[in-house]
Write a protein that binds this ligand. Sequence first.
Ligand SMILES: [Fe+2]
Ligand SMILES: [Fe+2]
Length: 314
Amino acid sequence: MTSERASSRDLLTELEPVVEENLNRHLATAKEWFPHEYVPWTEGTDFDGPLGGEAWAPEQSRLSEVARTSLVVNLLTEDNLPSYHHEIATMFGRDGAWGTWVHRWTAEEGRHGIAIRDYLLATRAVDPVALERARMTHMETGFTNAYSDQSSLHGIAYVSFQELATRVAHRNTGRISGDPVCEQLLARVAADENLHMIFYRNLLAGAFEVSPDAAMRAVCDVVTTFQMPGHTIENFTRKSVQIAMAGIYDLRIHHDEVVTPVLRNIRALETTGLSAEGEKARDELVAFLTELDKQASRFVERRERIDAAKAQRG
Ligand SMILES: [Fe+2]
Ligand SMILES: [Fe+2]
């Protein structure tokens, strides 16, 4: 075991009481819910194939193109769960409170994919053949934790931001869907993602107490290189531009509603007692956030110009 890995293990052991406390809090807070209750089954009909029903056609969908794109991205992201489970179990281990959490989290995430897929199929919102092929391609690519050769703190920092990013993406997708049934379902899923974020964010806060320099470095590395968990989905760049243009998830949202609230909640930027290395990481982080904020403003201005030009063309 390298010394980095060894200290990473030590840190996980030190954080175990925080995990246990937050696992218990999570189990007491999370409400049981049932995907089938959120799906309008009466709208469902057989498809073509062995059952000889009607093939899917675009006009059957009541959702806009961007709502469909975003739902598919969100669902494919949820679908890649086996890879996430593998990465998280590798990073955190399967013993004690860590193991209990990893399995519980996986089971909750599994519910999200089930619920969203059932909704999409029952309402004929998306092409089921394209969806299944996209799932195969995406899962065959798998997911690799970008920080696997760094500290487990990088992993904790990543999931803190990622869970909140996912929450916002689900919630805003529901909001722009124009379908109250879809919005209700995605709001329910988003509530789960919020609890996941709180779990990881509390661990990150614990990490800042145990090892402030390493925590600052991890947060800096993760924020400056952050990618959505679904970034390996086919044509992700094109899809994410569509999603950003619709205001579902863009740089402004990423800065204001994901990165900033996590950092503010745990008072990361106000950490005291940092060494020179820790201070360096904080400076890098602050400089990056300033630039991100500027880029976000530029993006919003550009989008407003494009929208105005479109409105003028009628
Ligand atoms: Fe999820
Ligand atoms: Fe989650």
